[in-house]
Design a protein around this ligand. Structure first.
Ligand SMILES: [Mn+2]
Length: 400
């Protein structure tokens, strides 16, 4: 590790550092809780209460310095009657603020046949009331983004009126939009299938786009990287949404088969790089800063949850830093001159650059440990919560 620890050009180091200063990643509260597959749950000393979720998320922010907010789920984290002041106390104690707010209209028995798209008006109203309640909570907590996800859809041909459901969804989202505060946003997420296996009411980015446009000017599209069919060109969707000023944010995760919720970049890091490349290219061409919420939506049954989130954040920073290194003027020239190999190699050169030394340097400059994962492991936090939450894990295992 002598003078040339990095193969990042020295004039690019500042550029990367400044880009990292502005690169923030929101953690999902649900990633710290015990979750599983439909076949089983393998328990950890995971977070059960909202205080434990803030505490665990606070650890990720403490060691990465890049995750100042935590996404909250209304039903799981802030049930009716929760006082905003109590959440504020947790934010102060653990150093992470409440971030995006997700209503939950997929879990209760009444939503068996859908929420905003339910054939029964009373259930559509119940879903809307819950979403509007979530908007109010978000306002009280100073959260900007309201991020509903809908499991609405059907399993068998002929069982649903697809056009009527489209209109019900549109009306519900419009009512939600109209309840937003001045600086709030509504992010519309899509997913092709699961839990519905014949049709899903918001199945792709085009449907999300149409619904967001219909809802109003504060609505944008939310791209969950796991919510696409195999081989879908996600960066093209990102480019189109950027060009239409409709990209609101991401739910980051990786996938091999479907919505696998694997660690970001664990299967295909080049795809994450290509997404960031579109964003950086847009900013370079337009001279405009994008306003994108970078959120993680992963849950881990096997890896340690806090370690996994640190790993995710480090992966996101590395892939973002690589995209920052793209020589956009040279790329534009190569494209103009139709030098395909040169243009492609500009991507590959940036992607192949080892940015880890620059990241270590950036962390040092922020007073952070160079290796957040190692620092967390030697902090003793995991051992402490393993002790404190041990009785609970054992008790749960005994009847599982
Ligand atoms: Mn998601």
């Amino acid at each position: 590790m002598a003078t040339h620890a990095s193969n990042v050009p020295s004039d690019a180091t500042d550029l990367v550092s400044r880009a990292l200063d502005d690169f923030r990643i929101e953690l999902p509260s649900w990633a710290f809780a015990d979750t599983g597959t439909r076949f089983g749950k393998f328990l950890q000393p995971a977070a059960k209460t909202i205080e434990e979720k803030f505490s665990d998320a606070g650890q990720v922010n403490l060691f990465t310095g890049a995750c100042p907010t935590i996404a909250l789920h209304v039903l799981w984290d802030v049930p009716e009657g929760t006082k905003a002041a109590d959440i504020e106390k947790l934010a102060g104690r653990y150093g992470v603020r409440p971030g995006s707010i997700s209503p939950n209209v997929f879990q209760d028995q009444v939503y068996k046949h859908g929420s905003l798209c339910n054939e029964q008006e009373s259930i559509r109203k119940q879903a809307l009331d819950h979403i509007l309640y979530s908007v109010r909570i978000a306002q009280e907590l100073g959260s900007r983004d309201v991020t509903p996800w809908f499991a609405d859809g059907s399993n068998y041909p002929g069982t649903a009126n697809i056009r009527a459901r489209k209109r019900w969804m549109g009306e519900g989202l419009k009512r939600t939009h109209d309840a937003l505060g001045e600086n709030q946003r509504l992010l519309v997420e899509y997913k092709p299938f699961e839990p519905a296996f014949y049709h899903t009411d918001i199945a792709d980015w085009g449907m999300a786009f149409i619904l967001a446009r219909y809802a109003g000017p504060k609505a944008r599209v939310l791209v969950d990287t796991g919510h696409h069919y195999q081989a879908q060109n996600i960066e093209q969707i990102v480019a189109w949404l950027l060009d239409e000023d409709m990209l609101g944010g991401f739910h980051f995760n990786d996938r091999r088969y479907a919505d696998d919720d694997l660690t970001l970049g664990s299967i295909d890091p080049y795809q994450v790089f290509r997404i960031f490349a579109e964003i950086r290219c847009y900013e370079w061409e337009t001279g405009r800063r994008t306003d994108i919420a970078y959120m993680v939506d992963q849950s881990h049954n096997l890896k340690g949850k806090i370690e996994e989130m640190i790993q995710t954040v480090m992966a996101a920073q590395e892939l973002y830093a690589k995209a920052v290194l793209i020589d956009f003027p040279a790329l534009a020239k190569a494209r103009q001159e139709q030098k395909l190999i040169d243009a492609e190699n500009i991507y590959k050169d940036a992607f192949s650059t080892d940015v880890r030394p620059v990241l270590r340097e950036w962390r040092r400059s922020k007073g952070l440990a160079e290796d957040p994962l190692a620092a967390f492991r030697s902090s003793g936090y995991w051992e402490r919560i393993t002790r404190e939450r041990a009785g609970r894990v054992a008790a749960a295992s005994s009847y599982a």
